[in-house]
Write a protein that binds this ligand. Sequence first.
Ligand code: ASP
Length: 423
Amino acid sequence: MRLPKIELYTKILIGLILGIIFGIAANQFGWTHFFTVYIKPFGTAFIRLISMVVVPLVFASLLVGTASLNDIRKLGRIGGKTIFFYLVTTAVAIMIGLILANTFKPGEGLTKETQEQLLQNYSDEAQSKIDSALKKPSLTQTLLDIIPQNPMYSLSNGKMLQIIFFALLLGIALTMIPADRAAPVIKFFEGINDAMIQIVNLIMELAPYGVFALIAAIIGEFGLGILGPLAKYSIVVLVGLILHIILTYNILLKIFTKVRSRDFFRGIRPAQLIAFSSSSSSATLPVTMECVEENLGVSKEISSFVLPLGATINMDGTALYQGVAAVFIAQVFGMDLNITQQLTIVLTATLASIGAAGVPGVGMITLTMVLKTIGVPLEGIALILGVDRILDMCRTVVNISGDSTCATVIASSEGQISIPERE
Ligand code: ASP
């Protein structure tokens, strides 16, 4: 079967649209409680089901992928290209955000009353985000934390970078021991890998209902009216995200691959919808892997290396939003950010996106680190908390689109892509 997920996409889209309609109605007519209590659990169940697959899938696929590379130099080359790609696209994303925020000055559109009201309404929530951000370990500690002390602990606690590290090492070690010893281990994990993908296929049948429940509950709770006073800021973030997808990813696909952008975006649409409704690139990972392999023809070897890494270290959408948010908050507080401060944003937001896990709302926490480095008042995040949930959904779509673009580019450069035939 070719491009098997496209039909499912339509169903998920219908779930999404109905979710928005029902969510707005719930918000208008006061049914929010009903939605939160009775409908949201279906969405949560769906997210838990796909999250269940993430750790075994990442571990098994990365291990099998590395072991089958059979060549440490090749691994180094692909690894180097991947990390370079991720860093450059993230920096470009932040620059787009900064250029837009400096041009359209969204912070100057906020009235004094709205500003005070937002600061007051969200101060408690802002404080708790600031507290958790300030607890962040140092850079050395963050790097040391990549090495697991006990891989079983890392696996059972979902420590993604540690899992990646151990899987890569184990995969390499398997290529260095006699083949008759390595083969049963690799076969075993191949079986686990295939079974996990089969589980994802089964769970995806529930996706339209899960997406409906998630979206209806979120819109029911927050309403679209929340965008009101922060409309200009939200629009700048959204325009930035769209530009990054249209310009950066399109150009990269054009230059480095033979994949037509239309086919690319069509191929990853199911993953984009799941990212939008779950706000988590980690939870979306199994779907992203499937779309990239099945619909775009990227080899397992590349996708199983590039995508798990991307879900953890590559967050273009998040970084772009941090660029806009930092300038927005500074503008509201009447501060002019000079060029050094803006370059510092590029650097810190790029680094922050590496350390952050792909889970909902994490971008807001790492934003605190960016603000701290450039000396913008941290309480400022209270200003944008109200719209964060909705923007989080959108930036997560960009995050997984960036990972998929990288997988496609790297696979093309390695001659490991077989573009599927169209029906
Ligand atoms: N929710 C985003 C992700 O999982 C991270 C963030 O921007 O908060 O990719």
